[in-house]
Design a protein around this ligand. Structure first.
Ligand code: ARG
Length: 580
């Protein structure tokens, strides 16, 4: 298969040209990017000027003279201070577009090399309402999983659900008070927040309850059977609710991906023993602590990572250390990705550093804290309900579908009910996910229904609609599904050419999005693709293009655009309906 990635191909040729004038290609950054004055430009001559002691324009001219760029480019010229302006040969564009059109993967090769990647995401807490932060983690993590999987990596999702710790004492006592049956039912339909709140109120207001809760924690840690059975009941009911939210969200997480905190319990004593014998864990005020290098508090004093509490219990940090060990040793991963909110940056940095110092995280393992910002309401504060309560994720998704349904009913009142339901889900859920994914994940974003559901602007409905318009063009041409690509793709019209270049940038966009773990790059690309297509469609008649050959060429561009939009949306976990 021909790699559709034109930028990579150009960079390779630029490197060959550099080699031909005696420069080790490994030492240059070819830096090929889109240009306003030609199709692309390469900027390397400026960087080489100092090294070679020659004016950059002379170096650029020497690179051109090697002839290495001639089989991809129709024209190469020196511009400005020493840019190489590259105009691609029409044949090179046509050939790559046809290869992409023939290929299931749209000409995108697997990443080389591929990795075994653990993606830690979603991770809600048992018997506690999932909040919008969990929504972000779930949606971003899912997009990353799909993207890395598409690029050929072996992806292992891990849902690090919080199912252990001192709050379970009061939660189990509340379960006993409320009755097991009733509690299980309430939790599995998502009444986690009110349950947690009630338990917490009882704990703070009733000393007897608090005392029972404390004894219950001890019983839980000691493995008392009745206590464990009740704990399991809370866990199971909550996980049923999480599964429902995952289904509603159409994310890939399944019960098989559960790797909750409690699973690491058996490994914790050994983790601590090893840290002690490595000399990394030291006692401080009765607790056992590790002081990872590079983490200091306000007064420049090293910050402790508590690995064993004064009462002998283990906490969040020890569990995370055990998880690192499991992921590198047992799962044999060479890339760990944590999709966790920005406030946990310090915790994770300390866990990673301690793991490095303990030798559980080798230099060959890449680790990313894929952090994200908050979701704000229109008042600029953290998103809450009117009454100031945290928003239930399930309610938010129901509202998204409901709003999409209303919009669809207004636009197309005659749509059969089951089609309307399908569409309402695709649009409503798609809009929520896209709003989350389309801005740089590190920034906070404002949750605004009208904007995310708009058919205009950088939104899911806009892209979904653009996709259906293309499908309807293809239907009118009698090509419902895939049509065999034309023999030649014409790129003479500037709008055709712009679309061709945009289409061939898909692979490079995915590579970059994966490398930087930035799904918003896919969104920006798709939005640009849809806009470039609109310009093309206005400037270039398709079905009435004149010659049969030109019709076939333009239909191929349409089909490829449609498939690229659908594939891009699929990588974001968003459906592209055939009609809307
Ligand atoms: N359960 C945690 C929370 O709700 C998130 C866990 C993130 N993953 C991890 N390995 N620490 O904040």
């Amino acid at each position: 298969m021909l790699d559709a990635d034109i930028v990579a191909a150009l960079e390779e040729q630029v490197c060959r040209a550099a080699a031909a004038i005696g420069i080790d290609p490994a030492t240059v950054e070819p830096a090929v990017r889109r240009s306003d004055f030609a199709d692309y430009q390469a900027d390397l001559a400026m960087g080489l000027a100092k090294r070679l002691g020659k004016p950059p324009r002379d170096i650029a001219a020497a690179l051109i003279a090697t002839g290495e760029l001639d089989d991809l480019c129709a024209e190469v010229a020196v511009a400005g201070p020493g840019f190489l302006n590259l105009t691609l040969a029409d044949g090179a564009l046509s050939e790559r577009l046809i290869a992409a059109a023939r290929d299931d993967r749209l000409g995108v090769p697997n990443h080389d090399p591929t990795h075994r990647v653990v993606v830690d995401y979603s991770a809600p807490n048992v018997a506690k309402e999932m909040h919008v932060g969990h929504l972000r983690s779930t949606v971003i993590g899912d997009a990353i999983v799909r993207l890395l999987d598409f690029l050929g990596h072996e992806v292992i999702p891990q849902n690090h659900v919080g199912d252990w710790g001192t709050p379970f004492g009061m939660l189990i006592e509340q379960l006993i008070e409320d009755g097991e049956q009733a509690t299980a039912e309430r939790l599995s339909v998502g009444e986690l927040g009110s349950f947690y709140q009630r338990a917490n109120e009882r704990f703070t207001s009733d000393p007897d309850f608090a005392e029972r809760a404390r004894r219950r924690v001890v019983a839980l840690q000691a493995g008392d059977e009745e206590t464990l059975r009740r704990w399991q009941l809370l866990v199971d009911a909550s996980e049923r609710y999480f599964s429902r939210v995952y289904d509603d969200l159409e994310v890939r997480l399944t019960p098989e991906d559960l790797a909750p905190e409690s699973r690491y319990n058996p490994a914790l004593p050994q983790v601590v023993r090893d840290l002690e014998s490595l000399g990394l864990a030291v006692e401080s005020e009765g607790a056992l602590c590790v002081y990872p290098e590079g983490s200091t508090g306000r007064d420049d004093r090293p910050l402790p990572l508590i690995v064993r509490k004064r009462d002998g219990g283990y906490g969040y940090a020890t569990t995370d250390l055990a998880a690192v060990r499991h992921r590198t040793d047992d799962l044999d991963a060479d890339w760990l990705i944590y999709v966790v909110g920005a406030p946990q940056a310090q915790h994770l940095a300390m866990v990673f550093q301690a793991s490095r110092e303990a030798g559980w995280l080798g230099d060959d393992v890449r680790v990313d804290h894929t952090a994200f910002g908050s979701v704000l309401g229109d008042n600029g504060k953290m998103l809450k309900t009117r009454s100031g309560k945290p928003i239930r994720l399930a309610d938010l998704l129901d509202e998204a579908v409901q709003r999409a349904r209303t919009l669809i009913e207004e636009k197309d009142p005659d749509l059969p009910a089951d089609e309307r339901e399908q569409l309402a889900r695709a649009v409503g859920i798609g809009a929520v996910k896209y709003a989350d994914l389309s801005s740089d994940r590190l920034k906070d974003y404002t949750f605004a229904w009208d904007r995310m559901l708009s058919l205009q602007g950088n939104t899911a409905p806009y892209l979904q609609y653009a996709h259906t318009r293309i499908r309807s063009v293809l239907r009118r041409a009698g090509a419902e599904e895939v049509l065999p690509p034309a023999d030649v793709i014409h790129v003479a019209d500037p709008a055709e050419r712009a679309l061709a270049l945009q289409l061939l940038g898909f692979g490079a966009t995915l590579d970059q999005a994966a490398e930087l773990l930035q799904p918003h790059r896919i969104c920006t690309y798709l939005f640009d693709l849809a806009s470039t297509f609109t310009t093309f469609y206005e400037a270039c008649p398709v079905l009435k293009a004149g010659s049969a050959e030109l019709v076939a060429s333009r239909l191929t561009l349409c089909a490829l655009t449609g498939r690229t939009l659908a594939a891009g949306l699929a990588l974001l976990g968003i459906r592209a309906p055939a009609r809307m």
